[in-house]
Design a protein around this ligand. Structure first.
Ligand code: SAH
Length: 461
């Protein structure tokens, strides 16, 4: 059989009409059925494209000039948008972004989970989809004898030098990045250099409580030693009253992972506070905390609605972090058990239960997939299980443990539609029915989407 040849060649220029979007938000144009993926192109557009990569079944192109623009094309407000890898959808109207996310979820459920008759509601979006992030982790480097901070250029480790703000970051965090950078620069604290694995300052991490305006600064260093530490602390705490916690995290490894094992308190408390609804939370440096506070409230309210609690239920919250969902559930349930792998987060969760006078929630450190079977062996029979796993989804052992526990309902909170769809298939095959899916836009301007899913046990099961 004659080998099929791709209809385009590398470096070829052509005009394409776009008809669709990939999951990542790239435009898809076709030449006799052969797809060409082009970042920043939108459906219904016609554009001049340069082919940069050719494969047997697809090619990748670069957008050279838009000849007919979609009404959904908008001018990206960030001046480094096309260099930075952080956002992918700033060129797309917000309406289109949230429509795209709903489609992304619907398609994953269909293609990966073979689930195609379940309502996927319109994505819950933000009124003002900017300046929402409460946390930033920004790399530091040296340039012409000065400290610079900025995100990496796409697919590289070169810092974008002319990045003086990030408009999905909170204003406070933007200001505090610059404050830490300029003070550290003046005090001569050397930047870490990836190539030689020398120097000190690797990253500046900040988290600010949306409702409390309390800021935690985490100085990530290669070395245990932090030159001019005293002066740095003094100036930060004296100049910025919102700073409540200054931590040092030591990461001595050659790695892309930002935080190292050891975190030391330099000044203040080892945590900051924030509020979600009527609950107050302490959050320490290593604990997970949702990055978009107003949307978090909407996400948790949905999870609570899908749990349908009456006050009599025993509930498990797996992957519970600092207990944010657990404590919301506890207000409406008989008893909640939370499990989470990060010990610092469980310490926060226990403290948070006390702080909010909630005495029907218990928290355990461990791998959810190991703790759940152990709970089953102890005779624990939950009425509702809530899971909120990381991007890789639930461990198979955890899904099996859930099925063995036979709860009436499962509420699945997910930040990755692909692993969600995979896991829903297993739960459906195990006797559960997916009732409804609610996408929530936790990450405007990016191609990420969060979902809450309601599952109920089938009667025959
Ligand atoms: N529900 C929480 C946290 C969700 S993020 C919230 O909304 O804030 C997912 C959490 O799962 C993280 O805190 C992570 O540390 C934890 N985690 C990751 N792998 C785990 C495992 N195998 N067992 C238990 N927890 C795990």
């Amino acid at each position: 059989m004659e080998k099929q040849k791709a209809p385009v060649q590398k470096n070829e220029m052509l005009t394409l009409t776009f008809e669709d979007l990939t999951h990542e938000g790239d435009g898809v144009g076709k030449l006799n059925g052969y797809p060409i993926f082009v970042p920043y192109a939108l459906p219904d557009e016609q554009a001049k494209v340069k082919i940069i990569k050719v494969k047997k079944n697809f090619a990748i192109g670069k957008l050279i000039e838009v000849e007919h623009a979609s009404p959904n094309r908008v001018e990206p407000p960030c001046n480094v948008y096309y260099q930075c890898g952080g956002c992918q959808l700033q060129h797309m109207s917000y309406t289109m972004q949230i429509d795209m996310k709903r489609t992304q979820v619907t398609n994953s459920l269909k293609k990966i989970g073979h689930i195609d008759n379940v309502p996927v509601h319109p994505t819950i979006g933000m009124d003002d989809p900017w300046r929402y992030r409460n946390k930033v982790q920004i790399p530091v480097a040296a340039k012409n004898g000065e400290l610079i901070t900025g995100f990496y250029r796409k697919r590289s480790h070169d810092i974008i030098e002319d990045m003086d703000r990030c408009i999905i970051n909170s204003e406070v965090n933007d200001r505090m990045v610059e404050a830490v950078r300029s003070i550290a620069d003046r005090l001569g604290i050397p930047a870490y250099d990836e190539k030689s694995h020398r120097g000190v300052l690797r990253h500046i991490m900040l988290r600010t409580g949306e409702m409390t305006n309390e800021t935690m600064i985490v100085i990530v260093t290669r070395t245990n030693e932090l030159p001019n530490k005293k002066a740095l602390i003094q100036e930060l705490k004296d100049t910025y009253p919102n700073v409540k916690s200054i931590m040092q995290n030591i990461n001595s490894q050659r790695t892309n992972v930002i935080l190292g094992k050891e975190t030391k308190l330099l000044w203040g408390d080892a945590y900051i506070h924030d509020k979600i609804g009527d609950l107050t939370f302490a959050i320490s440096a290593k604990s997970f905390y949702q990055v978009n506070p107003p949307q978090t409230k909407k996400l948790y309210d949905k999870a609570l609605e899908y749990a349908q609690l009456t006050g009599k239920e025993t509930v498990i919250d797996a992957y519970c972090g600092i207990g944010t969902i657990s404590l919301s559930l506890a207000q409406q349930a008989k008893k909640v058990y939370g499990v989470e792998i990060v010990p610092e987060a469980i310490a926060d969760a226990k403290e948070n239960a006390k702080r909010n006078h909630i005495d029907n929630a218990e928290f355990f450190v461990g791998q959810a997939e190991k703790v759940m079977p152990w709970w089953t062996a102890q005779g624990l029979q939950p009425d509702v299980i809530v899971v909120d796993p990381p991007r890789k989804g639930c461990d198979e052992a955890l899904l099996e443990a859930m099925l063995a526990m036979k709860p009436e309902r499962i509420v699945y909170v997910s930040c990755n539609p692909s692993t969600l769809a995979r896991d829903l298939r297993i739960l459906e095959d195990g006797g559960y029915e997916t009732k409804q899916v609610q996408p929530v836009d936790m990450f405007p301007q990016t191609n990420h989407v969060e979902c809450v899913v309601e599952l109920v046990r089938k009667l025959s099961n």
